[in-house]
Design a binder for this molecule. Sequence first.
Ligand SMILES: [Zn+2]
Length: 317
Amino acid sequence: MKELTGIFIKLKNNQSGAVLVITAAALVGMVGMMAMVVDIGALTLEKSRLQNACDAAALAAAWELPDTFSARQKAQDYLNMNGVDITETTISFNTENTKVTVEATRSVDFKFAPILGMNDGTAKAKAIAAYGSISGMTGVVPFGIPDQVMTFGVEYQLKAGSQDDYGPGNYGPLALELRGADSYLNNLKHGYSGTISVGDWIDTEPGNMSGPTYDGITYRINSCTHSPKCSIDSYHTDCPMVMIVPIYDPTLLAGRSQVKVVGFAAFLLKGVDGSGNDSRVSGCFLEMVPPDGLEFTINPNQEDYGLRTARLISESS
Ligand SMILES: [Zn+2]
C-alpha cells in the first residue's frame, strides 16, 4: 500500500508538470498569435502606407524629368504630404535621368513580439517611375504614315489619295492582323484591339480602300458627342475623333509590302475628302498623354512623336 501511494504521488507530480508545460506552451503560442495579428499587421499596414507614398512621389517626380532638381523637389513634397519624413527616404535617378526611384524605410516597434525576443520590424517600400514616349499600344488605326518632321497643331495627311500615294499601290492603309476591307473598316472605326509595338513589321493593305475609309472616318466624326464638336482649339483625348497612328520608317519601304513601325502619334481628325477611289484623310498633329482606356508601354529612349506620359514601372522595365 505504501508502495502504491508512492507511485500515485509520483504520477500526480508528473501530471501537474505536464499541465504546467502545456500551459506555458499554449501561452507562448497565444503570444505568438497575438504578435502575428497585431505586430505583423502593423508592419504590413506601415509598408502599404510607405508604398502608396513612394508610388505617388515617384509618379509626380517622373513628370519633371529630365530635370532632376525639380523631380527631387516634387518627390519630397509628395512624401511630406503623405506623412513620410525625408530622413526615411532615398531618391535616385538613372544615368540618363529618365527614371526616378523612391525608397522608404521605417522602423516599427512591436507590442507582443518582444516576449518572443523581437523588438521591432522594418517596413520598406520602393517605387520606380519613368517618363517616356509610347513604344507600344492598343487601339491604333490601320493607317501608317512615313516618319517626317511634324509640328504640333498642324494638319497632316494620314491616308493618301490616288495622286499622292506613298509608293506603288501604297496609300497608307495597314492590314492589322487580317487583310481585307472588313477587318480594315473595323480597325478604323474602333481601333485595333491588339498591341502594335515599335519594331513590328506590318503588312500594308493594298489598294486605296476608298469606300471603307470614307465609312470609317465618317463613323468616327459622327461618334464625337462633345459640344461643341472637338476641334484643334478644344478636344477630348478619348474622343473617337482622336486617332493613334503608327509611324513607319520610309527608308525601309522600297519594294516591300510591309512597313517597320518606329513610333506612334495622335491626330485629331480633320475629315475625309475626295470621291470614288480617291479618299484622302487628314488630321492635326497632337501633343498629349495616351487616351484613357488604351493599354500601352513607354520607353524613355523611344523617339518622341508627341504621345508621352509618366508611369510606374517594374524594376526590370
Ligand atoms: Zn469629341
